[in-house]
Design a protein around this ligand. Structure first.
Ligand code: AMP
Length: 191
C-alpha cells in the first residue's frame, strides 16, 4: 500500500498520517519533518531550506523530489505526508514510481474548510506557546500563515484535479478520533 496524503495547513494531516501509518503498518514519511531535520544540520542547504520554510514558501521541486525519493528507497508500504505539494512534484512522483515498476495505491485528501483550518492553526500556536515557553514553529507566525494558505490554494489544491481518478476525499472536521475512523472506513471501501 502506497499512499500520498495531503490537505491544507491545519487540516490535521500530520496527526492523521501518524495514526494511519501505525494502523496500517506503513512507513510514515513527512517531507516537512525531513526538511526540519535538515535545517538542524546547520549546512548551507539546511539554512536555505530553513529560510524557505520560515517564509511559508515551498522548497524547490528538485530538492523535494530528491529527499522524498531517497526516503522511500526500498519501501513498498509507505504513507507520504506533505508530498507532493504541487502538480510538477506529482508528475515526477508518478514517473519515479513507474520506473520502479510500481504506483500509488491512492491519494488521500483531508477535506477541511479553510476557516476551520485557520482557526486550528491559531489554536495550535496558543497551545504551544502555553506549553513550551518562547517556542513556536517559525512558519506558524501569523504573517506567514496567510502566505502558506495562499501557496496551498495556488500550488497544492490543483492536485485534486490531477489525482481525480484515484483520490479518496475524507471530511476532516470533527474530533481527531472521528476523523481517524472516517479515514479507515473510506480506505476499506476503496480496497
Ligand atoms: P509541513 O510540515 O508538511 O507543513 O511542511 C512544512 C514546510 O516544509 C512547508 O511549508 C514547506 O516549506 C516545506 N515542505 C514540506 N513538504 C514539501 C514539499 N513536498 N515540497 C516543497 N516544500 C515542502
Amino acid at each position: 500500500m502506497r499512499i500520498a496524503f495531503f490537505g491544507s495547513p491545519g487540516s490535521g494531516k500530520g496527526t492523521q498520517a501518524a495514526a494511519l501509518s501505525t494502523g496500517y503498518s506503513l512507513t510514515h514519511i513527512s517531507t516537512g519533518e525531513l526538511f526540519r531535520a535538515k535545517v538542524l544540520d546547520g549546512t548551507r542547504i539546511g539554512r536555505r531550506i530553513g529560510d524557505t520554510i520560515a517564509a511559508g514558501s515551498l522548497v524547490d521541486d528538485i530538492t523535494a523530489n530528491y529527499v522524498l525519493f531517497k526516503a522511500i528507497e526500498g519501501l513498498n508500504r509507505f504513507l507520504v505526508d506533505g508530498y507532493p505539494r504541487n502538480v510538477a512534484q506529482a508528475k515526477m512522483f508518478d514517473l519515479h514510481l513507474d520506473n520502479l515498476g510500481t504506483k500509488l495505491t491512492c491519494a488521500l485528501f483531508l477535506d477541511v474548510p479553510i476557516e476551520v483550518a485557520e482557526e486550528r492553526l491559531t489554536l495550535r500556536r496558543t497551545q504551544r506557546q502555553d506549553k513550551v515557553e518562547n517556542y513556536r514553529r517559525a512558519d506558524d507566525a501569523p504573517a506567514v500563515i496567510h502566505h502558506r494558505f495562499d501557496v496551498y490554494r495556488k500550488q497544492t489544491e490543483p492536485l485534486l484535479h490531477y489525482y481525480s481518478e484515484r483520490i479518496i476525499r475524507v471530511d476532516g472536521t470533527g474530533s481527531s478520533a472521528e476523523v481517524t475512523r472516517k479515514i479507515a472506513k473510506a480506505l476499506q471501501e476503496w480496497e
